[in-house]
Design a protein around this ligand. Structure first.
Ligand code: PFF
Length: 433
């Protein structure tokens, strides 16, 4: 449940719909789904296996499991840094959501234009509101982390995840009764290949890693506390299935509301903050209720993922430096809180000029470097580690009972398909094609 809570996050409900909108729908969704099935699932199994066998923080697990060159392999665990970096903007976005829970319960914008003004005013000129809610996100996440795995992380996931699923299901069922639903279906599932350029391709692959929480040790850290004998394949399957199902359901629901009441699907990161509130307004009283519950669900999804973004580094400082959980949680929290302030400044008039390079501001750069580069690279390290470095007999002894005949294709994909796919992604990032 905690791994599913990590995977299902802002990536599913905020990011997936808006990048699908930006890259034109169906074809993008197809590349994403294929990547999830062929690459994501295999890497998820590899990452879970390393955690399950290592039973410690990422750095220690790599170090103890590597038969040789332990000093080198332990760097695989430092991928946990990517989580802290992601968290610098993730916390700011959770802050926006908390702010929207409050404002949506008071009133909704009466037009897309008004919604746009509200959102961009917050983004470009309201430092205080963003700072205030980012700080609340920091306090909640740090508190849950310091409570530990059993009474903090697991408890939060056990309550928030079912709540999230119930809220989304009710809204989704309502969406299926509207005319806009068939347009949403066409948009998401009828591929228009002309829209699929190489950037869309890399974004789809990067997003598959981001949404499944792969490549930075979050899944590994959680897997380290799985009971011996747990069926890794079943767990991985459920995480991938739930994550994908929730992204699709959230996307269909959002696009239905947008087609039915509002504007088109291509509004960028402001999609759920601009187009959606305006669509909710058109729905009347029901829309008001939906708006509040939608943002609550989004906050729940975000918080369970946020905890998992920071836990790998918290665990690292506890295991390796003997820090108390409190000290580790506050220090890691302090890091993302401080850098998060720079993320806020990078959107504000007056400071954004100093924090923008090559058309991307600090926020965009962190998002890009982590999702498009660090996570796929981390996934590659894990695939290679399980495929080439761990003794095959050990991997087989643990995985064969769960995978059966599927062991051979999985092992093959770790050794050949994933390295080649990641190599292609890296070449594209370097501008080779
Ligand atoms: N999977 C989360 C989402 O979709 O929002 C984000 C995330 C969490 C990425 C944890 C990476 C991670 F380790």
């Amino acid at each position: 449940m905690a791994a599913a809570g990590s995977a299902v996050g802002l990536g599913n409900i905020w990011k997936f719909p808006y990048i699908t909108g930006e890259y034109g729908g169906g074809a993008f969704v197809l590349v994403y789904l294929i990547t999830v099935a062929l690459v994501g699932f295999s890497v998820m199994l590899a990452e879970m296996l390393i955690g399950y066998l290592g039973r410690k923080d990422g750095v220690t697990s790599f170090e103890t499991l590597a038969p040789t060159r332990k000093g080198l392999w332990k760097f695989g665990g430092f991928q946990g840094m990517a989580g802290l970096l992601i968290m610098t903007f993730y916390s700011v976005v959770i802050g926006w959501i908390l702010n929207y829970i409050v404002t949506a319960s008071i009133s909704l914008p009466s037009s897309v234009h008004e919604a746009e003004v509200t959102f961009t005013t917050m983004l470009h000129s309201d430092f205080f509101t963003q700072f205030f809610y980012h700080t609340i996100a920091f306090v909640i996440v740090t508190y849950v982390l310091h409570k530990g795995i059993k009474s903090g992380i697991e408890k939060v996931n056990l309550i928030l995840m079912p709540a999230l699923i119930i809220i989304l299901s009710v809204m989704f069922v309502y969406a299926t009764t509207l005319d806009g639903f068939s347009k949403a279906l066409t948009f998401m599932f009828a591929p228009d290949w002309s829209k699929l350029n190489s950037e869309a391709f890399v974004t789809a692959v990067g997003h598959a890693f981001f949404t499944l929480s792969l490549g930075m040790g979050a899944i590994m850290t959680y897997a380290a506390s799985m009971e011996k004998g747990t069926n890794i394949v079943k767990s991985a399957f459920w995480v991938v299935f739930l994550d994908t199902a929730i992204a699709i359901v959230a996307g269909l629901m959002l696009f239905t509301f947008l087609y039915q009441y509002g504007s088109g699907p291509d509004k960028g990161p402001g999609l759920v903050f601009i187009s959606l509130p305006a669509a909710f307004y058109e729905m009347g009283v029901l829309g008001n209720i939906f708006a509040v519950f939608f943002f609550i669900a989004l906050a729940f999804a975000g918080l369970t993922s946020a905890v998992s973004l920071v836990e790998p580094m918290v665990q690292y400082f506890i295991d390796r430096f003997g820090w108390s959980r409190l000290k580790a949680s506050i220090s890691m929290g302090g890091f993302f809180w401080l850098v998060g302030i720079v993320v806020i400044l990078s959107g504000l008039d007056g400071t954004k000029e100093y924090l923008t390079w090559g058309g991307k501001n600090f926020f965009d750069w962190i998002d890009y470097i982590t999702a498009a580069i660090m996570l796929p690279f981390g996934g590659l390290i894990m695939a290679v580690f399980v495929g080439y470095i761990l003794p095959k007999t050990e991997v087989q002894a643990t995985m064969q009972p769960f995978l059966g005949w599927a062991f051979a294709p999985w092992y093959f994909s770790l050794r050949y398909i994933i390295p080649v796919a990641m190599f292609v992604v890296m070449l594209n990032l370097m501008g080779v094609f």
